[in-house]
Design a protein around this ligand. Structure first.
Ligand code: ADP
Ligand code: ASP
Ligand code: MG
Length: 630
């Protein structure tokens, strides 16, 4: 039996006319022979308006009351959508999240789904009704209303599809929004961004968590874990949108599939940290315990027994971060400082695992625009850089003494980040099609076109085994740990912090065809950066020579060091960054054995750490044990 879950976002329901359009799509899917569940967001800007209303009362509303308030937006939408479907002569019944047993944890405003009881939904659709469900909301174990975080209706839709799949249905999930699908980057920022035919779960997960607002990243965790066929498409047309699918071999032929911009993060530097095992664990375990997801982490190699750790957190978590770390910072005799406004630009692509030269091309494009890179981290299929933004420049449109208009502010945010995004998009030729998705060429169709069959579904057996171990639906999935003991590390100390230097280093290394794997760049002192990267051990002498040649020409004060004896450990899974417990478990397990972490990289699908080679096997065993992997 087939169920189609259709999710409509806020802009697709913004007025009565659009609600009727959405209702017509649902009715059409039902007439085509499917059971239909519709998941709706709040209309238009309702959620923002509710947040503004709360701000009129208090600067610090309680999270519980905010959830009570925000959940009302979706409740309006379900009733109106059900009425619209009834108006079209079909049966419909609306449900709030609590009514269909969407049970979450108690983290108000970013609650995670623990379980979904599909009984009422199943009863409704089996009785011939279209079920209309409020997205974004659930009920916690105390019986209080919770919400899943901004954009969380996508997660409700995919989670419900996954739950219905587990209940025995053949499912499909359509995310209707105001664009034709997933683009190579935000089409509002880069006008020549191109709609993709298909993108892999991992690529979409990285894109979404790096700032591509088109999908809530946690929805992709569900899609991947439960293999839910998923398409993002336009609510105003019948054009085929973008399939989000398991990785297929053709995808790996392209180093980069898309890029994204985020400007809601703050950069912090923890300086003068003792360089010994367990210190990163203390810092990141404390943040994980406070539910603060750390994004970029760049730990410098350190000199004189002291290291610097640079990292980013969401602006919304900044105060909490400072408060949480204050006692630890004092105890370590370190300092914690916050830097100015930053934007993060990331490139994502499955081909990056094996194709060389991606970093080089990205840094060259940024250097050509005169963009200075403050921090770099890589993941297995992404590279992120942090660029410094000017404080918001005044504009001729500002009226002295009056607050700056919201639209003007928006246009002025992330000026350098936008410029960097456009440069990177052009450098990778993303406006040209990435062929091979296998979506029918005519591009239209009223029904839900069958998903292109990917040639491989990697780790399906692992995934099933891992799901079987899950306690809750949205628990993190750690599927494997890998050790690469054939890597070595190059470190450039005291690289001047000026545009173009990283580009010069990677251009030199790429000329030798060397595959650079992990990259971490961090600012270590005023005007000085430390750049570390790993290369295959056999390539170390060449990489060192090329690096030395180029940095000599940059500044006589730069020092280059090589370390042939490193091992890289990768912990693979889904939702690795936002489930803050992963970092805690990982660092905790290594610290307990006294294994020092020399480099760290985090992403949603992979956390990588560099350790001494002699302890690689031991570290592998200890992480396997920590994550209960066979
Ligand atoms: P909805 O209300 O339907 O959930 P959202 O505003 O959450 O819609 O998401 C759609 C918006 O996401 C688009 O209007 C687009 O500007 C933005 N966006 C950001 N990155 C991308 C991308 N890579 N592809 C498509 N849209 C993107
Ligand atoms: N209405 C919520 C929001 O604006 C959830 C969503 O739209 O997905 O964030
Ligand atoms: Mg959305």
């Amino acid at each position: 039996m087939r169920v189609v879950v259709q999710k409509f976002g806020g802009s697709s329901l913004k007025d009565a006319e659009r609600v009727m359009e959405a209702a017509r799509k649902a009715v059409r899917a039902k007439h085509a022979g499917s059971r239909v569940v519709v998941v709706v967001s709040a209309q238009g800007s309702t959620t923002d308006d509710l947040i503004a209303k709360a701000a009129e009362i208090t600067a610090a509303p309680s999270a519980r009351e905010m959830d009570m308030l925000l959940a009302t937006g979706e409740q309006v939408s379900i009733a109106l959508t059900a009425m619209a479907i009834q108006e079209l002569g079909e049966r419909a019944v609306s449900f709030t999240g609590p009514q269909v047993g969407i049970v979450t944890d108690t983290t108000h405003r970013k609650a995670r789904i623990k379980s979904i009881d599909t009984r009422r939904l199943v009863e409704a659709v089996e009785a011939g009704s279209i079920a209309v469900l409020a997205g974004f909301q659930g009920v916690d174990e105390l019986g209080d209303i919770s919400t899943l975080g901004r954009g969380g209706s996508d997660t409700t839709a995919v989670a419900v599809a996954a739950a219905l799949k587990l209940a025995g249905y053949e499912v499909a999930c359509e995310i209707f929004t105001d664009v034709d699908g997933v683009y190579t980057t935000d089409p509002r920022v880069v006008p020549d961004a191109r709609k993709m035919d298909a993108i892999s779960y991992d690529e979409m997960l990285e894109m979404a968590s790096m700032g591509a607002g088109v999908m809530h990243s946690r929805s992709i965790e569900f899609a991947k874990k439960y293999d839910v066929p998923l398409m993002v498409r336009n609510s105003r047309s019948d054009a085929v949108g973008t399939w989000i699918v398991p990785e297929a071999p053709w995808m790996t032929e392209f180093p980069v599939c898309g890029c994204a911009l985020a400007h809601d993060e703050a950069r912090l530097v923890l300086d003068g940290v003792p360089d010994r095992p367990g210190v990163s664990h203390r810092v990141f375990a404390a943040l994980a315990g406070a539910s603060v997801a750390v994004d970029m982490i760049a730990q410098s190699v350190g000199t004189g027994g002291k290291a610097a750790i640079g990292f980013t957190v969401l602006n919304a978590d900044l105060e909490k971060t400072k408060k949480t770390l204050a006692p630890i910072v004092a105890d370590l005799g370190a300092t914690l400082s916050e830097t100015g406004k930053v934007s993060k630009v990331s490139v994502v692509g499955a081909g990056m695992r094996t194709l060389s030269g991606v970093a080089e091309k990205m840094f060259r494009a940024l250097a050509a625009e005169g963009v200075n890179v403050k921090m770099i981290t890589t993941g297995d299929i992404k590279i992120s850089v942090l660029v410094e933004e000017d404080a918001e420049p005044p504009s001729s449109e500002d009226v002295p003494g009056e607050p700056v208009k919201k639209a003007h502010l928006e246009a002025r945010r992330a000026v350098r980040g936008r410029k960097a995004l456009r440069a990177v998009h052009a450098a990778f030729g993303l406006a040209n099609p990435r062929k091979g998705a296998g979506v029918p060429a005519d591009g239209t169709g009223n029904g839900f076109t069958p998903r292109p069959t990917p040639a491989v579904v990697p780790g399906a057996a692992d995934r099933e085994a891992a799901i079987a171990r899950l306690g809750g639906m949205e628990d993190v999935l750690v599927s494997g740990v890998h050790l690469d003991a054939a890597q070595s590390r190059v470190t450039v100390h005291d690289l001047p912090d000026t545009p173009g230097n990283c580009s010069r280093v990677f251009t030199a290394v790429a000329t030798g065809g060397i595959l650079v794997d992990m990259i971490v760049q961090n600012l270590t002192g005023p005007g000085r950066a430390e750049l570390s990267f790993t290369v295959p051990r056999a390539d170390l002498p060449r990489a060192l020579q090329q690096t030395k040649d180029v940095v000599c020409g940059i500044d006589a004060g730069c020092r280059v060091a090589g370390d042939a004896d490193v091992a890289v450990l990768y912990v693979l899974g889904v939702g690795m960054r936002t489930h803050t417990g992963v970092a805690r478990t990982m660092f905790g397990a290594l610290a307990a054995r006294g294994i020092n972490i020399a480099m760290i990289n985090t992403s949603e699908v992979c956390v990588g750490v560099v350790v001494e080679r002699a302890r690689g096997e031991e570290a592998l065993g200890c992480l396997r044990q920590a994550f209960k992997l066979a």
